[in-house]
Design a protein around this ligand. Structure first.
Ligand SMILES: Cc1ncc(COP(=O)(O)O)c(C=O)c1O
Length: 413
């Protein structure tokens, strides 16, 4: 099948609306293969993957050690008996516990499921009901995760959602303090909001949230599904403020970009509900050997390479390069922000997001706009990029801005 036929099939049998949108934005191409920081489409074009599967490809595409470990598992026992203990599940628990300091882990199949698990654990252990989420927060598409997310557009058609949820202003510690009472089981937030538009909260905010949770006697859940595994310049973004959550959610890059996996980790106090009720929350495929062996190899690779250091160095260079381009076009770009290789470019107008994606694609650079904030283009390349890739993205941005400026002029006429 050629790429036109594949896109037609996608249109006819998967998602007609998205297929039309991709065509409209000049984004309709078909994946062929990928390696390191690059992706090739079926027509042989090579792209720098500057969106990295929304944070999945921390180690780049097909990291050899992860692939090797998964292949060995494939040949030995890809799915667990579910009767005996799975060695790779136990090993990943050990490896992650050593790396992060959280004592207990459960493995799921996606980030959304990890969030569901965290919310249920908080209610189970605390015996309380209220959950507090944040404006513009994004925690996934399942009912619980959606309920604690912060954008009404995605929530409205699916109501009624989970009862007992309050949403407070992200970054505003007083708003959180006012919402806390003795019925709150947990507060959930991202250390830096990804889908919300790469929102970095004020310095000291996470520490203040930790204290407010302690004062109120509720659990703090940090969703590090996008910020974790080195992306912001630390293994976990909580380290920027020396904060430790009670419950942490991981996903995306944890599977090394090879097998999907979600994880929830917690300290012993928060985990007590699962200790007392060992079978109350389960998943057929959660913790399967393929996913957990990918997790082990990817955590080892992240630790061996200190990948977060490169993320920070390259991220700082890239943010500076993008900022100096953006300054030339205050009518097009409102702000460039982020930390490490979690970067957001806020367009001056929402309508600029889609054409900007298209122009970056013409420059053979994959980027995406943020789900909760279509004004913001996200740049989340693999954490293994070097100077060459930083330059590639900065040049692509510079050329795309020239094209967007022309388009903006045409639109004004
Ligand atoms: C912070 C955060 N939490 C949760 C999720 C949901 O993860 P998944 O799409 O794997 O269900 C995402 C996905 O983008 C995310 O960025």
């Amino acid at each position: 099948m050629n790429s036109d036929e594949i896109i037609q099939n996608y249109h006819d049998h998967i998602n007609p609306g998205l297929a039309d949108l991709l065509q409209l934005g000049g984004l309709a191409a078909v994946d062929d293969r990928a390696e390191g920081s690059y992706v090739w489409d079926m027509d042989g074009n090579k792209y720098l993957d500057a969106v990295g599967g929304y944070g999945v490809f921390g180690l780049g595409h097909r990291p050899p050690k992860v692939i090797q470990r998964v292949k060995e598992t494939l040949d030995r026992m890809p799915m667990a008996s579910k009767i005996f203990v799975s060695p790779s599940e136990a090993e990943l628990g050990y490896v992650l516990s050593k790396a992060t300091g959280y004592e207990y882990f459960m493995f799921l199949n996606s980030g959304s499921e990890a969030v569901e698990t965290a919310l249920k654990l908080a209610r189970l252990t605390s015996g309380k009901q209220t959950l507090i989420g944040m404006t513009n927060g994004y925690h996934g598409i399942t009912y619980g995760a959606l309920s604690v997310s912060g954008r009404d557009f995605y929530k409205e058609p699916f109501k009624p959602l989970l009862p007992g949820v309050k949403i407070v202003q992200y970054g505003d510690i007083e708003a959180l303090r006012n919402a806390l009472d003795e019925n709150v089981a947990a507060v959930i937030l991202e250390p830096i909001q990804g889908e919300g538009g790469v929102n970095v909260p004020p310095d000291g905010y996470l520490r203040a949230v930790r204290k407010a949770c302690d004062d109120a006697g509720c659990f703090l859940i940090l969703d590090e599904i996008q910020t974790g595994m080195g992306r912001t310049g630390k293994l976990l973004a909580e380290e920027w403020e020396d904060v430790r959550a009670d419950i942490v959610c991981l996903g995306k890059a944890l599977g090394g970009g090879v097998v999907p996996i979600g994880a929830v980790g917690a300290n012993e106090k928060a985990w007590q509900g699962f200790i007392d009720n060992p079978l109350i929350h389960e998943s057929t495929f959660g913790g399967n050997p393929l996913a957990t062996s990918a997790g082990i190899a990817s955590v080892q690779e992240i630790l061996d390479k200190h990948i977060w250091d490169n993320a920070y160095t390259m991220g700082t260079k890239l943010i500076n390069a993008l900022k100096s381009e953006a300054e030339k076009y205050p009518n097009l770009i409102k702000e460039v922000r982020g930390r490490g290789l979690l970067i957001g470019i806020e367009m001056a107008q929402e309508g600029y997001g889609l054409p900007m994606m298209g122009f970056m694609l013409e420059e053979k650079t994959l980027v995406a706009y943020a789900l909760n904030n279509p004004r913001v283009i996200r740049i989340e390349p693999p954490l293994i990029i070097g100077d060459e890739e930083v330059e590639w993205i900065a040049n692509a941005f510079s050329n795309a801005l020239v094209k967007l400026q022309d388009l903006a002029k045409d639109l004004e006429v």
